[in-house]
Design a binder for this molecule. Structure first.
Ligand code: NDP
Length: 273
């Protein structure tokens, strides 16, 4: 019987996940379908539960349901527990397994696709929301020389960083405390770009060799990427690669085979102009 998967969120019409997973399934010869499901706020458990009861094998979970998926899971991975959020569910017999592949996808895109090692690098992470929380441990696991975390709500960033071992080379503060020292990698994990806004980064110095990475995707040249480019940065990237790489992780988790990601990245990339 053909296995069924889907992405669930609200809104969901814009999601690229059905396209990505259909490409993966065709390339790897997997007998599966992948749909999109829009659930009303408050209806996540009922809708995801019905999908499972109907024989569904797994779900990707996007905004605003990552916390609901966390609550629904009966078995959580370390990454999901540390992120406090779930972006993939696997209905494995009686268990509802919860994972979070966002951070792994981000790191894979930076290190493997963009060829920028995090190990030994000076990294600046902007934001302390769900995506930043998911990214934190995978970034630290790579062994950066230093990691500065800046967020509007400093208390939120401090709470996030408290999950790290004391030995992690991390400094946390507001935007005014970032300092002028250049960073090798600057990651915008705020949602400011979704509303055409920019975190207050007026004092930030970019170096030409800095990688400026925007988690939002499909938005072209966001205010953050524009700022970086104006600051002389040569290499800018948005979150398309992260999206495809986290999808590949979920696909591998469900199907036991890791698809190549280049074709899907090329298919959904929007020029950064
Ligand atoms: P959350 O709502 O959980 O967190 C929002 C974060 O943005 C908080 O740190 C918030 O600060 C900060 N923020 C919002 N507006 C501003 C602003 N104007 N100035 C400064 N800081 C601001 O969002 P997520 O973590 O879920 O998503 C963050 C981004 O990551 C989004 O752009 C999303 O599209 C993208 N994303 C991309 C993925 C991919 O696969 N490429 C996967 C997941 C997310 P404060 O805490 O002070 O309110």
């Amino acid at each position: 019987m053909t296995d069924r998967y889907a992405v669930i969120g609200n809104p969901i019409g814009h999601s690229k996940s059905p396209l990505i997973h259909t490409m993966f399934a065709e390339a790897t010869g997997q007998d599966m379908t992948y749909d999109r499901i829009e659930a009303a706020p408050g209806d996540f458990a009922a809708v995801a539960g019905a999908f499972r009861e109907g024989g569904g094998k797994g779900l990707n979970v996007t905004a605003p349901f990552k916390l609901d998926a966390f609550a629904m899971a009966t078995k959580l991975s370390d990454a999901a527990r540390l992120a406090g959020a779930v972006n993939a569910l696997w209905f494995d017999g009686d268990e509802i397994c919860g994972e979070n592949f966002d951070g792994k996808g981000l790191v894979r895109d930076i290190v493997h696709n963009l060829q920028r090692p995090i190990a030994g690098s000076r990294v600046l992470l902007l934001g302390a929301g769900g995506a930043a929380r998911g990214a934190l441990l995978p970034i630290v696991a790579e062994g950066p020389a230093s990691l500065v975390i800046a967020n509007r709500s400093v208390a939120r960033a401090e709470a996030m960083a408290s999950a790290l071992p004391a030995s992690a080379p991390v400094r946390v503060g507001g935007y005014d405390a970032i300092g002028a020292a250049p960073f090798d990698i600057v990651i915008n994990a705020t949602s400011a770009s979704l509303t055409g806004e920019l975190p207050p980064l007026s004092g930030l110095e970019f170096a030409p060799a800095t990688l400026a990475y925007e988690l939002a995707y499909g938005k072209g040249l966001t205010p953050f990427l524009k700022l970086a480019r104006g600051g002389g940065v040569v290499r800018i990237a948005d979150g398309v690669g992260m999206l495809v790489e986290q999808a590949a992780e979920a696909f591998q988790w469900w199907r036991g085979i890791r698809p190549a990601t280049e074709a899907a990245i090329a298919r959904i990339t929007v020029p950064l102009v």
